[in-house]
Design a protein around this ligand. Structure first.
Ligand code: FES
Length: 170
């Protein structure tokens, strides 16, 4: 799906910084702007960067296939990157990342998403939408021209990251 950007133009590939500006972390250690999860307002994206020793819910080819389906990119150091559109897939509010419960929680009607954008609970009909992320040398590039909007609610056979152990207070 194509979306206009703030200037009324269709988005395009944006270089959002160098890899070193986005240090990877395990999901339980994510902290906005510091570890694992980073907001880039121009690209309207959260970049999640999962450390190579992340404990996933899936293994082997099941994991590899699901990561590819959900637009994750594996880096040469074994870490994984994904670019999430900031827009809540319920009714479009911008979703903040909450350090207190290491997840995204929409302030409008409570939709709740894991660090990798997977739906956790609330009225959202699917997981957060994604942009394609890629690299050119050390540059990190996000293609905002197409929003990939077909990541369904996870189930036991597709959930990539375990549900966070700390609940969101509100
Ligand atoms: S817009 Fe996010 S929960 Fe409704």
């Amino acid at each position: 799906m194509l979306y206009p950007n703030l200037a009324g133009q269709f988005g395009s590939a944006l270089t959002i910084g160098q890899k070193s500006a986005f240090p990877a972390a395990k999901p339980s250690d994510f902290k906005i702007g510091e570890a694992g999860v980073f907001y880039h307002p121009e690209a309207k994206t959260y970049v999640s960067h999962l450390a190579k020793d992340t404990q996933f819910s899936l293994q082997g080819t099941d994991l590899a296939d699901q990561l590819a389906t959900e637009f994750f990119v594996k880096d040469k150091d074994g870490s994984f990157w994904v670019s999430l559109y900031q827009r809540c897939v319920h009714l479009g509010c911008t979703v903040p990342f909450r350090n207190d419960c290491v997840s995204f929680k929409c302030p409008c009607h409570g939709s709740h998403y894991n660090v990798d954008g997977e739906w956790l609970d609330g009225p959202a009909p699917r997981s957060l939408d994604r942009f394609v992320i890629s690299f050119s040398g050390e540059d990190v590039i996000v293609d905002t021209s197409v929003v990939h909007d077909k990541t369904p609610h996870p189930d036991a056979s597709t959930r990539i990251i375990p549900v966070p152990s700390v609940p969101c207070s509100a």
